[in-house]
Design a protein around this ligand. Structure first.
Ligand code: MN
Ligand code: MN
Length: 309
């Protein structure tokens, strides 16, 4: 990387990047550039199988993998938590945030441009920004943004999904020339249901650490087209991996196995506070949580409350 490139403004998503964080880095960078801001996209990791499918399907290149933002101007997309940012984030200059999660704990030394809305996907907000600045969304980026919305809202089934997400998705589908939105989404989730990876990689594929009343709580989520894909052997391996991850200094580690078509999730856990977790998430005797699709809306808030009580 040249010194000049290192200095340029970077648009960067969260750790363990999902489709929304990688695509919003690309879509927001295009928009910032259209506004005359000399920005480049970054990602804190390689694309997951789901994201790789999306990029390939619409002919886009993955953002450069970047782990340091020291001395750079930075836009955050799809998060505002320090724990999700590059480790040397305090040494950067924050210019803006695009996000749809609870407000995190980053702060800034200068005025900043914030686009934070309680919608189902960061790319829905990016679409509102394109409309606001009257910038046309390119066809390839529109297709990827559509996929990000389908991913985050689980084909519009998640309780995080709003009419704004559905409207944005329909407009993006029209631009991208996608006739059957549901079919594209199922194809994407099938690609993302690839379990041909180590148990560790599966736990961390879509994983976040949270601070809950001083305790470190890690929550991974695997969204699959069917939980039948998880064999008893694999489930045992994942459970063993959770033990290891917990032993690395966490109070609790959860893996939420979401069945997209059955619209619910099975909970695997390793915890010093198992009663608190069970009381908050109320899994049945088999660990099944009917209707639970969203980590940010249905898992994190009840846990945070329970750990505070
Ligand atoms: Mn995300
Ligand atoms: Mn998101």
């Amino acid at each position: 990387m040249s010194e000049e490139r290192r200095r340029r403004t970077i648009v960067i998503g969260h750790k363990n990047p999902d489709t929304d964080s990688i695509v919003s880095a690309l879509s927001a960078t295009y928009l910032y550039r259209a506004r005359g801001i000399d920005a480049v996209s970054g990602a804190q990791g390689d694309p997951s199988p789901e994201t790789a499918f999306v990029l390939k399907r619409f002919g886009l290149k993955a953002p450069e993998v970047v782990h340091s933002v020291e001395g750079r101007e930075v836009y955050l997309v799809d998060y505002s938590d320090l724990a999700q940012a590059p480790d040397d984030f305090p040494k950067c200059r924050l210019l803006g945030i695009i996000d749809h999660h609870k407000l995190g704990d980053v702060t800034s030394d200068y005025p900043l441009e914030c686009w934070i809305q309680p919608v189902g996907c960061s790319n829905t907000i990016v679409k509102l920004m394109y409309d606001y600045y009257k910038v046309e969304v390119p066809k390839d980026i529109a297709g990827a943004m559509l996929c990000a919305i389908l991913s985050d809202t689980v084909l519009f089934r998640s309780p995080t999904c709003t009419p704004t997400d559905i409207r944005a998705a329909k407009e993006l589908a029209a631009i991208a020339g996608v006739d059957d939105i549901e079919a594209l989404g199922i194809e994407m989730f099938k690609a993302g249901s690839n379990l041909d990876a180590s148990p560790r990689d599966l736990v961390f594929r879509d994983y976040k650490d949270f601070d809950m009343n001083g305790k470190k709580v890690g929550i991974g989520q695997l969204s699959l087209i069917s939980l039948d894909l998880i064999t008893p052997e694999l489930k045992a391996q994942l459970a063993a991996e959770l033990k290891e991850v917990k032993a690395e200094g966490r109070d609790t580690v959860l893996l939420v196995l979401t069945d997209i078509m059955k619209e619910g999730s099975e909970l695997l856990m390793e915890s010093d506070d198992a009663d608190i977790v069970r009381g908050a998430l109320k899994p049945d005797a088999n660990g099944w949580m009917a209707g639970v699709m969203s980590r940010k809306k249905q898992v994190v808030p009840p846990l945070q409350l329970a750990f505070k009580a």
